[in-house]
Design a protein around this ligand. Structure first.
Ligand code: PBG
Length: 330
């Protein structure tokens, strides 16, 4: 870009002088339409349990879910993401609870879709980690997560979720080829309009700790996820992941984590004509939240962080701040 104009004819501070002028020239905006709110589920009745590593985020029992959805509707949040905290006794090495039509996610789905129909969207992770005794997203053999065997189970999990009324199937497992297999199975079973949000670019990150705590997989997980999640040194590989998933039928893709990966969001949104979402993950949430609580930073930092995703080109953001920020934006 060639610069046109120079000081003193040009003073960029003129446009920044008043609030109305700053509004007039602002290049991006944030609204509740852009926010996806993750909700954690737990067994029992009348439960709203604080997650110790994520102050301000709770696990809700199924009987509390109606209230949560009503709040989301009031705040005009378009999409909720459901995550289960599974009791240890229900976990096994194959993650078979994932295919139980009475598991927490299925129960919540049935209830929400019966009461709220399509007034709000519901998205669900496809991956086995909340259900496996070893905490990995797929089947583990000799310390290696098996690809094709895992995909077969993921297809079944996706079909079950679609049957229960899930609007957006979100494979977060990082197995190769699962988007195509899931799309094919959904189409064959008359779920042609169920959307797929691919966690196409998910890095083996150190920012997921509090989430693993929230779903109860932290203690079970003995090793890292580097043989399936992406190496965070890589950018070109992200282009390959997304290109493949577009060909396989993804409706949108997500980059995860968020703030340390703004370069990836920007690259993808400049390269592809597909909506790119950002996931501001649990570790990012806890860091920002802690800074605010200790009065190290202002709570306005939350909006700043979310707007940075918009500026990078994200069309929506999964964030644990969704309810709080939607309230502030009203
Ligand atoms: C697992 C999954 C993870 C997150 C969402 N789905 C964690 C992981 O891969 O270990 C992390 C979300 C967060 O940290 O907020 N399939």
């Amino acid at each position: 870009m060639k610069l046109i104009g120079s000081y003193p004819n040009t003073r960029l501070r003129r446009n920044r002088k008043t609030e109305w002028s700053r509004h007039l020239v602002s290049e991006n905006s944030l609204s509740s339409n852009d926010l996806i709110w993750p909700i954690f589920l737990t067994d029992g009745k009348n439960q709203k349990n604080q997650i110790s590593t994520m102050p301000g985020v709770y696990r809700y029992s199924i009987d509390k879910i109606e209230k949560v959805v009503e709040k989301a509707l009031k705040l005009k949040l378009p999409l909720l993401a459901l995550f289960p905290h599974t009791q240890i006794v229900k976990k096994d090495k194959d993650g078979s609870e994932a295919l139980n039509e009475n598991n927490l996610v299925c129960k919540a789905l049935k209830l929400i879709k019966k009461k709220f129909k399509s007034d709000i969207g519901i998205m669900c992770d496809v991956a086995l980690d909340p259900y496996t005794s070893h905490g990995h997203d797929g089947l583990l053999k000799k310390g290696y997560v098996q690809n094709d065997e895992t995909v077969e189970i993921l297809v079944k999990q996706a079909l079950l979720l679609a049957e229960m009324g899930c609007d957006v199937i979100a494979p977060s497992d990082m197995m190769d080829g699962r988007i195509g297999k899931i799309r094919k199975a959904l189409d064959k079973n008359n779920f042609k309009l169920v959307q797929i949000l691919s966690y196409a670019v998910k890095y083996a990150s150190n920012f997921y700790g509090p989430f693993r705590d929230a779903i109860g997989s932290k203690k079970s997980l003995k090793s890292d996820k580097k043989n399936y999640q992406m190496n965070f040194l890589n950018q070109k590989e992200a282009l390959r992941e997304v290109a493949l998933d577009i060909n396989e039928g993804a409706d949108f893709v997500i980059v995860k984590p968020g703030m340390p990966y703004l370069d990836i969001i920007k690259l993808l949104s400049d390269t592809f004509k597909i909506p790119v979402f950002a996931y501001q993950v649990s570790g990012e949430y806890s860091l920002i939240n802690n800074g605010i609580k200790k009065k190290i930073i202002s709570e306005k930092a939350i909006e700043e962080s979310l707007m940075s995703f918009k500026r990078a080109g994200a069309s929506a953001i999964v964030t644990y701040f969704a309810d709080y920020i939607a309230q502030r934006l009203r």
